[in-house]
Design a binder for this molecule. Structure first.
Ligand code: SF4
Length: 233
């Protein structure tokens, strides 16, 4: 996806008719019953952080809970990876680092994506190319559905979802633009071959450099995969 596509998608999200999405929210009627399954590897590969989430968690819980988001976006010809943001670390079993087994240890500062769960937008085009709005978590697999939710609550959820989704896209857009500028300024290029080579080394336990995009700049992280602890850095 290039920057023009992302700008179009931001525009699409902001112009999507509120009443359509309010109807979906009301129909889904999700209420959390604190089963905690969405905090485990069963439902969640990782928890991606918007810049504001990263800053809030660093300030209130600590930097040690963050890692570069997995699935790095690209690698330069010198073997350095780049990714558009941080994620929360996971435990050895893949569960979120904040999940105690019964609750979220830092509920007050939990990321935006946890707050809007399960109403995140599934941005997949339908057969006519229109992007559909729907929740992406498995219906009726956890939590309680089809409850009555007040109009005020639905509107609040709608606003949070739109804010989150456009915030995610803006972060992506900023990342793409900064990559273009940074690569040009430093004579770098994207290398798929180097990506694969460095990833093989990483999977064998070697350290790699990952440049994480945060608030318009790159933060250098050096990470290695603990072979006996695949879920962690
Ligand atoms: S941050 Fe809290 S609410 Fe979000 S996945 Fe982790 S434990 Fe669950």
């Amino acid at each position: 996806m290039n920057s023009v596509d992302i700008e179009k998608e931001i525009e699409y999200i902001s112009s999507f008719p509120d009443e359509d999405y309010l109807r979906i929210i009301c129909e889904v009627g999700f209420v959390c019953d604190f089963c905690g399954r969405c905090c485990t590897s069963e439902f969640n590969d990782h928890v991606f952080l918007l810049d504001d989430d990263s800053e809030r968690i660093i300030e209130n819980a600590g930097r040690e809970f963050l890692r570069p988001a997995p699935y790095f976006d690209l690698c330069d010809n010198l073997g350095r990876f780049y990714v558009m943001g941080y994620a929360l670390k996971t435990k050895q079993n893949g569960d979120c680092i904040f999940y105690t087994g019964t609750r979220c240890e830092h509920y007050e500062v939990r990321p935006w994506v946890c707050k809007i769960y399960p109403y995140m937008l599934h941005r997949e085009p339908d057969e006519e190319g229109n992007i559909e709005f729907r929740q992406i978590s498995g219906l009726n697999l956890h939590g309680l559905y089809h409850n009555e939710i007040s109009n005020e609550m639905c509107e609040e959820i709608l606003k949070s979802v739109k804010d989150y989704e456009s915030g995610f896209l803006r972060q992506k857009l900023g990342f793409i633009k900064e990559i273009e500028r940074y690569f040009k300024e430093n004579g770098l290029r994207n290398s798929k071959q180097m990506y694969d080579r460095m990833m093989r080394q990483y999977l064998k336990g070697k350290s790699i450099e990952v440049y994480v995009f945060l608030k318009g700049r790159f933060v250098k992280e050096v990470i290695s995969k603990q072979i006996n602890n695949p879920g962690s850095y």
